[in-house]
Design a protein around this ligand. Structure first.
Ligand code: NAD
Ligand code: IPM
Ligand code: MN
Length: 349
């Protein structure tokens, strides 16, 4: 069997709870795919920070670079100042490992309850290609005269021709591989004129190489509305880092909830390992109670399997999730582990 070096970062809050179930499913499906995951677990997150003051030591980052792929739970804890772990651990990993594509499918599985009226599963089936290394996330900016009435806080959005082109090109590739072959740029080019214009011009230029893909443009504010009242208009969406963060939580909500939303922080050039994680955070409000839905993590495991070339195993996991979701209505409340057990049983059986 093929050995794959897997780094596991359970993280904070419900992170360890959902990662345990993701690994359960991964281990259950691996033999059928002829795979053997050599796992290394990293204790990064709030506990490590309290103990040592470290978020992501350089030595750990170097070890992560040597792995083939990474599975992450979630980071962030009320006992740690906001941003310390989010920036110092999660965003640093995305930036250092050049995860320029943050891939976030938004798909309504049959039998799943959506808050939208009158939509069928086929009506919500999109892939959001969120830029992952630029935009307002870079940390460029600063604060002047902090704590005074004259405080000035700036937070710049950084957008490079190189960065915008590579994410748009990736989005065209995804669109070209899907039946509808439609790509929507979501931005705010009526206000963020410099960045929006760069995205628009790049869309046109790269789009000339993909005549089979139709394109559209939607302002992000209108896009949030259309996600709710006309999700059918979207197939593949390409967007800036921050807009992508926001619209994928809306995407999660319309497709059955944040507990089902999977993602991949992808380095398509494979110069460093990609990292797969649920879209949700550490959910301190439900942590430690066995209430977290591990499905988002399990679907992220399916994306991870696809990334390492184990498409058959990925499809097996997706089918198991789909079958489980189809029966949920009749089952009543289940714990995190019960859901993981049920899906693991389906993939091994
Ligand atoms: P959150 O996603 O953690 O929680 C939002 C709501 O969704 C909460 O009510 C929570 O209970 C619920 N929820 C989340 N995941 C769930 C699951 N699997 N099953 C059932 N319910 C679930 O977002 P937040 O409350 O805004 O942030 C909490 C912390 O997580 C913060 O520190 C934030 O910075 C961090 N965060 C981390 C990530 C990440 O690691 N990728 C993502 C988002 C937020
Ligand atoms: C996400 C999260 C992160 C983001 C935070 C925790 C840095 O919200 O993965 O969606 O904004 O990307
Ligand atoms: Mn988010």
């Amino acid at each position: 069997s093929r050995s794959i070096r897997l780094a596991v970062i359970p993280g904070d809050g419900i992170g360890p709870e959902v990662v345990a179930e993701g690994l359960k499913v991964l281990e259950a499906v691996a033999p059928s795919g002829g795979l053997n995951f050599e796992q290394t677990s990293y204790d990064l997150g709030a506990a490590r920070w309290h103990r040592t003051g470290e978020t992501l030591p350089d030595s750990v980052l170097d070890e992560l670079r040597e792995q083939e792929v990474i599975l992450l739970g979630a980071v962030g804890d009320p006992s740690v100042p906001s941003g310390v772990l989010e920036r110092g651990l999660l965003l640093r990993t995305r930036f250092e490992l050049d995860h320029y594509v943050n891939l976030r499918p938004v798909k309504l599985f049959p039998g799943v309850t959506t808050p939208l009226a009158g939509v069928a599963p086929d009506d919500i089936d999109m892939v959001v290609v969120r830029e992952g290394t630029e935009g307002p996330y870079t940390g460029v900016g600063g604060v002047l005269r902090k704590g005074t009435r004259h405080e000035v806080a700036t937070q710049e959005s950084v957008n490079t021709a190189f960065g915008v082109e590579r994410v748009i090109r990736y989005a065209f590739e995804v669109a070209a591989s899907r039946p509808r072959r439609h790509l929507t740029l979501v931005h705010k080019d009526n206000v963020l004129t410099f960045a929006g214009d760069l995205y628009q011009r790049t869309l046109k230029r790269v789009g000339a190489e993909y005549p089979q893909v139709t394109t559209a443009y939607t302002h992000v504010d209108a896009a949030t509305m259309f996600f709710v009242n006309d999700p059918r208009r979207f197939d593949v969406v390409v967007t800036d880092n921050l807009f992508g963060d926001i619209i994928t939580d809306i995407g999660a909500a319309i497709a059955g909830g944040i507990g089902l939303a999977a993602s991949g922080n992808v380095n398509p050039d494979r110069t460093a390992p990609s990292m797969f994680e649920p879209v949700h955070g550490s959910a301190p409000d439900i942590a430690g109670q066995g209430k977290a839905d591990p499905t988002a993590t399990i679907l992220s495991v399916a994306m991870l399997l696809d990334h390492v070339g184990a498409g058959d195993a990925a499809r097996r996991v997706e089918r198991a999730v789909s079958d489980d979701l189809g029966e949920r209505g009749a089952l009543g409340a289940r714990s995190t582990a019960q859901i993981g057990d049920a899906i693991a049983k389906r993939v091994s059986g």
